[in-house]
Design a protein around this ligand. Structure first.
Ligand SMILES: Nc1nc2c(c(=O)[nH]1)N[C@H]1C(S)=C(S)[C@@H](COP(=O)(O)O)O[C@H]1N2
Ligand SMILES: [Mo]
Length: 152
């Protein structure tokens, strides 16, 4: 299963979990950041920065303002960059690919909600244009009751 990367500074790409892992410079035991959850994960910001150095070394704009991840079930989360200092992508548990959350799962240890720990991530997008003050999550294109009321 390929994971799509969308980024205007480092370029778009379709990568396998293996390719993502190989490009990531900082791997951690998930338990070090999320007590009680076993597994191997790589640091999101270290991975982003390494990709950027490698793929567009001449480009020296600012860091992203947010990251949006999307899952196979269309659950998605948009998280301000400042909330991602401890964020990791989990890729392995008990020495094997994930049983739950395959191919990779985002964990945001110092994020505003556990709901941001998106399982089965297949798309990762970095945004540079619109500041995001607060993390949001939910199913894509879901119409809320409030919106339905407005439309009637
Ligand atoms: N792909 C996907 N990831 C998801 C969700 C989901 O519905 N789909 N639910 C989120 C919510 S609301 C919570 S609280 C946690 C629950 O994590 P758990 O299944 O490990 O308890 O997963 C988050 N990640
Ligand atoms: Mo949740």
């Amino acid at each position: 299963m390929k994971i799509s990367i969308w980024d205007e500074a480092i370029g778009n790409a379709q990568l396998s979990t293996e390719e993502l892992k190989q490009a990531a410079p900082l791997h951690v035991t998930l338990e070090d950041r999320v007590p009680g959850v076993e597994g191997r994960a790589f640091d999101v910001k270290a991975w982003y920065r390494a990709q950027r150095r490698q793929r567009s070394p001449e480009e020296n704009g600012g860091e992203p303002l947010f990251m949006t991840v999307e899952a196979v079930d269309e659950f998605q989360a948009t998280i301000p960059w400042d909330e991602l200092d401890q964020a990791v992508f989990l890729y392995e548990q008990n020495g094997a690919p994930l049983q739950k959350g395959f191919p990779i799962r985002l964990y945001v240890p110092d994020g505003s909600s556990e709901c941001l720990n998106v399982k089965s991530v297949v798309s990762i997008r970095f945004g540079y244009r619109h500041p995001v003050e607060k993390a949001t999550y939910g199913f894509k294109n879901e119409v809320s009751i409030e919106e339905l009321k407005l439309k009637k």
